[in-house]
Design a protein around this ligand. Sequence first.
Ligand code: ADP
Ligand code: MG
Length: 591
Amino acid sequence: MSIDDVLHSAVPPQDRPVVLDEQGQREVRRAILAAIAVPGHQVPFGSREMPVARGWGSGGLQVTVAIGGSQDRIKVIDQGDDQGVNAVNLRRLIAGTLGAETTEDTRDCTITQSRHRIPEQAMTDEQVLVLQVPVSEPLRPVEKSIAACERMHAEADYSRIWVAMYEDLVTGGVVNASSGYPVLVNDRYLMAPSPIPRWDVPRLDQGDRLTILCHGRDKKVYAVPPHTSVRPITFDDVPFEVEYARDQRCIRCGSTDVYLVETREGTYLCSDVEWCARVRTGDVDVAEHERQIPRAYYPDPAKRVRGVGIRLQGRSALGHSEHTGRTAPGEEWALQVTDLVKVFPGRLGSSPVRAVTGVSFDVAPGEALGVIGESGSGKSTMMNCLIGNERATAGTVRLAAVDDGRTNVLDLDDAARRRLRLDVMSVVHQDPAAGLDLRISAGGNIADRLTAAGWRSFWDIRQRAAALLDRVEVPLHRMDDVVGQFSGGMRQRVQIARALATDPEVLLLDEPTTGLDASVAAGVLDLLRELIAEREIAVVVVSHDFQVIQALTDRALVMHRGAVIEQGLTDQLFADPHHAYTQRLVAAAHV
Ligand code: ADP
Ligand code: MG
């Protein structure tokens, strides 16, 4: 039996082919319920492949078939057109499968399945809009790893999207996303609303209808229930815009306040074919449609980002650290480490590596503590345990800024530790590539931290980034250049600016100048010394080089095989080292 037999349906329901079996329908319905319960959240489901080619709307088909029945009246449109090849075939397949009627009148349908448009006719709370989705993951353009995307959704960590937007504004003055503009549902989940034009995006917000979106191959469904907040992602001071061709009208019906598409001849037509036909016969509710028009988002060149030039009022533009150094009551430290231990399991039967064997120290606000030791002595491992890149085996790490120092931050989960890295504790790595995204601009790398910490004003971010870059002596005309084009010294300066962006209480420097030429390294050391002196920040500097420790710190620990073997004032350690190992390190610095 062919599809056509079904479609010209003299065929009784029991003899119709199964597009989606009972079990599959139940799966999809269950996922839809979960999707409605958590608006915008992508819910996976199990289902067999649909009997349609890729890109033909298999996601929409699964939803429509799963929720529909013979009592329904189905409308299917493709880019607003009921007569598109895709629309006609899907409509016949759905109608035949469900034994349902079809309609081209939005007012008359119970379900509209659509690709690339929301009908101009407002849908009611008795109707369902099903949108076919070609790309379900809104983070895909900025993150290829599925696991990383899932983590970002779980933590509502969408800073990468904000950075992409910042980069668009800096390079082109406008946000590039034209269709499928990223939105935030209920102020929680980032959603790709399928490639509907921006014109339709405001109409997702607080709509009367239930909207269900589905990606067939990914087997993901998500929903916008009636009266749900859907906001396009945009900076507070950069307005979201819909497409609107001023002075243009549909050459068929004369409409102006609808989504128009340009023809090859340069004229314009309503993209919603049903609407256009009804306007011509006078069969539209003009007042109702007026409420659907996204006039508030019509492009206004006066509000655009024009010229991203920055004027600084001298060095003072950066201001000084607003932090007063929140110390714990009765305590002096900003960071306190007690009996930190890290043991790596031995590989292939070899014995475990005891990389850190019980290190204790504290650092006060405004103080810089040095940690010196030869390569392999456990310095980086200790740093990685502090910052949370490694799980410590035992010990306590307290931050005065966290719960007044009462919490052992080693007990916090990964998400909480990542948040600490946003505003409480920063790290500057030896390798700039570990602390920067080399594919985005210097300003964008700083914007990344600021947006993650909640900054939402494009101009505030831009000013702050410029002030920081100026402070670390990166020329402002390079602010919008991709960091990958920078020299090693310049990259390290950008990394330092980024680490200081949110005024952290604690700054960790892991061999900050080791990869640099001597003269470049000297410049970066001078800069670090000034920055440490001018802020109330607790700094831990790790290096194998006594000159670096001497340049930056007052007090230092000597690490050997994971343990602290000597400590004291840096100058005294340097002038009068007791331990033979320390004497060797001092001798090396004199060479
Ligand atoms: P440093 O930074 O002082 O050069 P590291 O902290 O990098 O020292 O290394 C300390 C010790 O821990 C070394 O013996 C090193 O081989 C070992 N080590 C570091 N990372 C790992 C790991 N992921 N797995 C196993 N051993 C490691
Ligand atoms: Mg190291």
